[in-house]
Design a protein around this ligand. Structure first.
Ligand SMILES: Cc1cc2nc3c(=O)[nH]c(=O)nc-3n(C[C@H](O)[C@H](O)[C@H](O)COP(=O)(O)O)c2cc1C
Length: 207
């Protein structure tokens, strides 16, 4: 309520229905509902966007932005079908021309397959989904280390391009990203494709 009192519009990121209901009770304007396939910090008990998004959307009245796995118009149309009003893209935006991070990271996203991310730190919150690298591979089954200790040299990763200096946050959708594109193209193609997909679905299935 302090944020609201300051005149801010508040959208809270939630990884579970419980967190969503708590945020709504606290008076948020909307929710970012993010499944565990998304890049970055995560709940240790992971739930995919496909399960979480329609669940939360069916239980709250506030606007919902879907996150985790969104990359194009087809996935955006799916988000709308599952009850969201909008989408948020993380990994896709890292691999854009305008993104200020090092080219090595952008290229690692382009090169990644859909199995090239790891959810680390299930034993020691916060968990985090990161791209598969030598460093993250070594931590995958290591329950004695807090992976956050491996973020100390993050500037050398972000701006120096040393992919093993720290952990490169990234989502499974990296496996669907095939080129580094200008942000305007990502957004324009996404919205055009979304409308095309919705139109085609309508003409195919709604008679
Ligand atoms: C490199 C990177 C940094 C991120 N940093 C933050 C952050 O500081 N705060 C936050 O709420 N989410 C952060 N995220 C999560 C994104 O905002 C977004 O919700 C998430 O990436 C969506 O999943 P996707 O990667 O499948 O698109 C980050 C994601 C990435 C890939």
């Amino acid at each position: 309520s302090q944020l609201k009192d300051a005149g801010l519009t508040v959208f809270h990121v939630v990884p579970t229905l419980r967190a969503a209901l708590k945020a709504v009770d606290a008076g948020v304007d909307g929710l970012v509902v993010e499944g565990s396939e998304g890049g970055g910090f995560k709940n240790p008990s992971d739930v995919s966007t496909m399960v979480l998004l329609p669940l939360v959307a069916s239980k709250v009245e506030v606007p919902v932005i879907a996150a985790g796995g969104f990359v194009d118009g087809r996935t955006m149309a799916a988000a709308l079908a599952l009850g969201a009003e909008a989408i948020q893209m993380g990994t896709r935006m890292v691999a854009t021309v305008e993104s200020p991070i090092h080219e090595n990271w952008k290229q690692a996203i382009v090169d990644a397959s859909e199995t090239d991310t790891v959810l680390l730190n299930r034993h020691a919150a916060p968990s985090l989904r990161v791209l598969r690298t030598d460093r993250s591979n070594a931590l995958e089954f290591d329950t004695s280390t807090n992976a956050m200790e491996h973020m100390a040299r993050h500037s050398e990763l972000y701006f120096g391009g040393d992919m093993d200096a720290a952990l490169a946050l990234g989502g499974a959708v990296a496996g669907r990203i095939e080129s580094i594109e200008p942000v305007a193209d990502v957004i324009k193609n996404c919205s055009n494709e979304c409308l095309e997909v919705l139109r085609n679905l309508g003409s195919t299935y709604v008679k």
